[in-house]
Ligand binder design. Structure first.
Ligand SMILES: Cc1cc2nc3c(=O)[nH]c(=O)nc-3n(C[C@H](O)[C@H](O)[C@H](O)COP(=O)(O)O)c2cc1C
Length: 385
């Protein structure tokens, strides 16, 4: 089946997940789909949305509706952002560019992962939409400063610093499949690829996945730069973030907060926004679901910072729940990975069409006509799972 006819049959992110599972080699699908440790946080991220219910305020005139929001003085056509996804070129040829173009078609920002296989300039040239850059802080300050300089020179509008990766987590699916960098072929991996010919023909000519962007700046350590996940700085703390604030003039976002007490420190360190995240259940196994801790962040922040959130969002209704609880916008991770793996840019655009329709329907049926009117009175929590 070609990509266009495949797309017309997909009506939810769950449909995209099933399609991605068919098309991707098992090791690549598991890299996208899996979590760390026992995957308890991965499951909890989904379960949390089941415990949160919406209370419609209908009847209300909802004839005229808008999903626009404003963030850093810019208009977003809907309250979504395409989250940074490392190794996206192993999902689709130059997957990063397909993600960026799909986001641009929908008027929402795309965040380029530091762990990408395209250059900064290639990403900037992919569609007219806003581009942000996600930085994994290297152990060396000169290298960190150089990233800020290059990202600024390329024209990225904002930087997200990821702080929930002090050490690599234990992702058992990747360990079992041997899907670790640098990538090494084994007979089992060849067989996996041979069983997925569509992917093999598309990606095969480009060779094994290589997160080449991380080599753009010398990493500042001894010898060749090792795997991205093992060259992260375990010393990243608020001092470093305060220092980085002076290296980057644009919007600075700290990604990966889970403790509401850190919100005040983000304000003190001059951050422009936070992303409440547990990395989609890929880092600290056993972590609380972000949507469960969101109200505590909202109370701490008191409207002084935009609150972005991710982890576990698969439907527009999930998004509406978080916005009603006080989030400003939602970053979509795996939803976008399944979409780009299924049909590249067209897949991303179609998945965003679906999410847009789901947000619109949920908002309208709640009796609300604009994002800013979503509020906690629309939410009830139910106890048992
Ligand atoms: C395949 C994959 C790769 C990811 N790579 C990165 C990355 O390079 N940098 C980063 O900050 N977060 C990365 N993340 C985390 C996402 O940005 C986001 O926090 C997470 O996917 C949100 O959860 P969700 O997948 O349930 O939406 C990755 C997530 C996935 C699924």
């Amino acid at each position: 089946m070609n990509a266009a006819s495949r797309l017309s049959r997909l009506h939810s992110i769950a449909d995209f997940r099933r399609a991605a599972r068919r098309v991707l080699p098992r090791m690549v699908f598991d890299y996208v789909d899996g979590g760390s440790g026992t995957e308890s946080t991965l499951r909890e991220n989904a379960a949390a949305f089941e415990r949160i219910r919406l209370v419609s305020a209908a009847p209300a005139d909802v004839t005229t509706r808008s999903l626009d929001i404003s963030l850093f003085g810019q208009r977003l056509a809907m309250p979504l952002i395409v989250a940074p996804l490392g190794l996206a070129s192993s999902f689709w040829t130059q997957g990063e560019l397909a993600l960026a173009r799909g986001a641009a078609r929908h008027g929402i920002p795309f965040v380029l992962s530091n762990n990408a296989s395209v250059t900064l300039d290639e990403a900037m040239g992919a569609g007219a939409g806003a581009k942000w850059f996600q930085l994994y802080v290297p152990p060396n300050r000169d290298a960190t400063k150089e990233w800020a300089r290059r990202v600024g020179a390329a024209g990225f509008a904002a930087i997200e610093i990821t702080v929930d990766t002090a050490v690599p987590s234990r992702r058992l699916r990747d360990l079992r499949a041997g899907f670790t960098m640098p990538f090494a072929w084994t007979p089992r991996k060849f067989l996996d690829v041979a069983l997925h010919p569509e992917w093999a023909m598309r990606i095969g000519p480009h060779g094994a996945p290589r997160p080449s962007l991380m080599h753009a700046v010398p990493w500042g350590g001894e010898g060749a730069a090792p795997d991205m996940r093992t060259r992260l700085s375990p010393a990243l703390d608020w001092d470093l973030l305060r220092w980085f604030r002076d290296q980057w003039r644009g919007p600075l976002i700290v990604k990966g907060l889970a403790d509401p007490r850190q919100a005040k420190r983000a304000l003190d360190a001059g951050m422009d926004a936070i992303v409440i995240s547990n990395h989609g259940g890929r880092q600290l196994d056993g972590a609380v679901a972000t949507v469960d801790i969101l109200p505590e962040f909202v109370a701490e922040v008191g409207g002084r910072l935009p609150i972005l959130i991710d982890s576990g969002f698969r439907t527009g209704t999930d998004v509406v729940k978080a916005l009603a609880l006080g989030a400003t916008a939602v970053q979509m991770g795996r939803a976008m990975a399944y979409a780009v793996a299924t049909a590249g840019e067209a897949g991303v655009a179609r998945a965003l069409d679906i999410l847009r329709a789901e947000i619109d329907v949920a908002m309208a049926l709640c009796g609300v006509t604009k994002i800013g009117d979503l509020n906690p009175a629309l939410i009830r929590r139910i106890g048992a799972r």
